[in-house]
Design a protein around this ligand. Structure first.
Ligand code: PRP
Length: 212
């Protein structure tokens, strides 16, 4: 390495350290541990994509993604799907504290006509199943030919509605997970991995917001 390259590399290392000191990355400490790494996610998505391709071969697919948590998973999944597809979004959000599903509100309706189409419904996590149990009748009413559900994460131990996903990235225990699109109070979505949120973070938030 030349002297100039050495100096440039030292300068870059210094800037990274300075950025960390300014608080860059501090919030990551609120994540107790990494549950699923970037590499594991990426490998699993390629396998899911092959399964979906096999099941939908020869069909023109409409992928319907539930906002907002699904963004990272969706982007990575569809870039590996070697099929003709169209993409649409449904906005649905629970007005809960972040650890429990609260009342659901629809914030965006589908724009594409899905009648007679093969539809792949994509979400980041299947937890209690309340979201899917509200979304499915709405979509069924639009008369698609068939509906398959694909989720990155499945927490079967929390299920209260009888919902099953056709494609599951990872089945996980009842941890409060964030990252790779999943949030707590709208934060942590940009983490490239799925991590377990430190319980003191959501307990703290609950103490501030929960009625006594
Ligand atoms: C999350 C997630 C799922 C839903 C799963 O959405 O994206 O849609 O909860 O939970 P359930 O199975 O218990 O219904 P949220 O309402 O938090 O909105 P977000 O996608 O914007 O994070």
């Amino acid at each position: 390495m030349s002297k100039r390259e050495t100096q440039n590399s030292k300068r870059r290392a210094f800037s990274r350290r300075a950025a960390r000191k300014r608080g860059g990355g501090e919030w990551r400490k609120e994540v107790e541990r990494v549950l699923i790494t970037e590499e594991q996610i990426s490998r699993r998505i390629r396998i899911l994509a092959r399964e979906i391709e096999r099941d939908f071969r020869g069909r023109e697919l409409v992928v319907v993604s539930l906002l907002n948590g699904t963004v990272m998973f969706l982007a990575d999944l569809i870039r590996h799907l070697n099929l003709p597809l169209r993409l649409d979004f449904m906005g649905v959000s629970s007005y809960g504290l972040g650890t429990e599903s609260g009342d659901l509100v629809f914030t965006k309706e589908l724009r594409l006509d899905v009648r007679g189409r093969d539809l792949l419904l994509v979400d980041d996590i299947l937890d209690t199943g309340k979201t899917m149990s509200r979304v499915l009748p709405k979509i069924r009413a639009l008369k698609p030919r068939r509906i398959k559900i694909c989720v990155l994460l499945d927490k079967p131990s929390r299920r209260v509605e009888k919902i099953r996903a056709d494609y599951v990235g990872f089945e996980i225990p009842d941890y409060f997970v964030v990252g790779y699109g999943l949030d707590f109070a709208e934060r942590y979505r940009n983490l490239p991995f799925v991590g377990v949120l430190h319980p003191h973070i959501y307990k703290q938030a609950c103490q501030q917001i929960c009625p006594k």
